[in-house]
Design a protein around this ligand. Sequence first.
Ligand code: HEM
Length: 488
Amino acid sequence: MGKAPMANQISLLLAVLTAAVAAVALHLIHRWWNVQKGEKKTNNDKNQAVHLPPGSTGWPLIGETFSFYRSMTSNRRRKFIDDREKRYNSDIFVSHLFGSQVVVSSDPQFNKYVLQNEGRFFQAHYPKAIKALIGDYGLLSVHGDLQRKLHGIAVNLLMFERLKFDFMEEIQNLVHSTLDRWADKKEISLQTECHQMVLNLMAKQLLDLSPSKETNEICKLFVDYTNAVMAIPIKIPGSTYAKGLKARKVLIRKISNMIKDRRDHPHIVHKDLLTKLLEEGSISDEIICDFILFLLFAGHETSSRAMTFSVKFLTTCPKALNQMKEEHDAILKAKGGHKKLEWDDYKSMKFTQCVINETLRLGNFAPGVYRETKEDTKVKDCLIPKGWLVFAFLTATHLDEKLHNEAHTFNPWRWELDQDVSNDHLFSPFGRGARLCPGSHLARLELALFLHIFITRFRWEALADEHHLYFPLPYLSKGFPMCLYDRE
Ligand code: HEM
């Protein structure tokens, strides 16, 4: 080996060593800083010192994100929580995830308290990186009067009267026409197709868009957008996060162009939410764009995943699938060939509701919610100071073996005795309190009608072995390719 290459190697070694020493020093400083913050004390009424919840903020910048990621991508999604519950002997602890220091809670009572006190002791506060995607006026970014107003508009759009008549009809029409297309194709990727189908439903309701090239393009943009929601927020070109921001820009531009188009052509009549928002007059274009974008996102990402997962769970549980077939064949038979279902038919689907609950419990399509403390908050002899971020980790409660027997197993019968789940603090897939998901009844209706039409029409054969993955949001590794056969 010549002298020059040797010198190069020594310089390289020195550079690596220096970088390593710098990283260790940074880490130690960071740890020291965390400990200083962790020792913050306050005095309660009895003058006893109250500490922050136990925990660690992990490595500089990335915190404990990788441990969280590893756990969510393994088949033990609760591992991140289990490890810390054991280590700290507490189900409320400090961590650092996706660029923010946060108190993580898997305590169902505390999570219920957090959600029910929205606007009083807590307020929704998503990390800056997520807020940049949602926008300043996406529903989860706004508070106070504006949140109440926009939440009210969403509730009105999705109220029972509309579900019973308009949505009942529209969902069935859409599912029937979509399944006709699937039957022609014979082989489909269920995941992609469900995304497109539910997006089409939302695009029609919100923007009066019929299934077209435009809705296909919107659906594709949402793939990048959604991946970014739980990505490490690094804005370098080509990163998952940067791609998500770019997708947001294009989506907002599309909505904005539609607003302009409506103003340029006022004589064209549209029956959709955008028309109602424009008629309202008091809502700025910026708010309308963010609001519609959020509704499109929240309205299709979660429900379409729930559809795919419900079919997957049933495929791996033949006993449940047979019971579903019996329930839905009986409904169809009772209708004597009139295939369109009515509200009472939907209400009669008892076992289907168990399947839906179990799919929501096991799937965790909204893994958790973020809040900020509005004042110092005492919990279990600890103090969460004002202005801290709290992550109410709903998944951790839904998968807790102490609360749900064989929590990782698909067992719809566990809900047979427990049909009214609205008050159950161990089960809150739609959140609760002032931000309770306004789309919860729509999501259940979509799922039930889809399952009815799918199961009574098709037999299917899965074309790949696949894994359930739960990061950034639940999905099936290969998209659930399947071959469809008519049942008759
Ligand atoms: C399986 C399906 C769904 C699940 C699991 C789900 C879950 C959730 C959860 C947990 C929240 C509360 C967030 C928080 O408190 O920070 C929420 C809020 C929300 N969801 Fe859903 N959702 C679903 C379907 C839908 C649908 C179909 C729509 C609309 C068509 C929708 C629209 C919304 C909106 C607008 C909010 C924000 C409410 C507010 O902040 O005032 N969701 N959802």
